[in-house]
Ligand binder design. Sequence first.
Ligand SMILES: [Zn+2]
Length: 231
Amino acid sequence: MGETADMTRCTIRGGRSVIVLLCMGLSVAGGHGQTIVRDIREARDLVEVVRLDSTIHLDIRYATANNFMGRPMYSGPRAFLQHPAAMALVRIHQALKKVGYGVLLFDGYRPWAVTKKFWDETPPQKRKFVASPSKGSKHNRGCAVDLSLYDLNTGREVEMPSPYDEFSDRAASNYQGGTAEQRRTRALLRTAMVAEGFSIEPSEWWHFDYRDWARYPILDVPFESLSTVRH
Ligand SMILES: [Zn+2]
């Protein structure tokens, strides 16, 4: 499990007019043999979501100690997604505004090294809530998002059947407990996400995967490096 080899590999890519030789920072994970990509050029389509719409709210818990790890895991409160997924999220936000809500983002792109820390420090009985680093997470591909809604009138986060990142049965997307209003807002979020090409995660009401996730590599590029990527 995890990274068993750190093989540097060269990949030749043919473009229309140039061939780019990439020999930087690629390595291979163990287990399922997924390639972990550390070349910043492979992260060029990641965009910071609030740059597309500054009225999307952020509560990036992994940039604080208020998360299941109990310490900051990110260098800053930032949310990146692959460009098509980010554009879809902006459309979702605009659609929800018409019924009084906005998107509240908890997490988007997550560097692979953070996924590995989650796995290594999570007890085996709770690992259904964290992705195996040997497979990688769709968050690592910049194609998964954790989110809820905020009320446009108050600016406050709405109530869902469980808090974000609660590792319990209440977190299941089809959990039938909670209040009718909590289930209503959960359904509102889900309907809006599915309409734009995101799929649900049965064990977490807040997690959605973008349909084109398989087109993107598992990335391990830190947030700081993404600031230098030109869009
Ligand atoms: Zn997630």
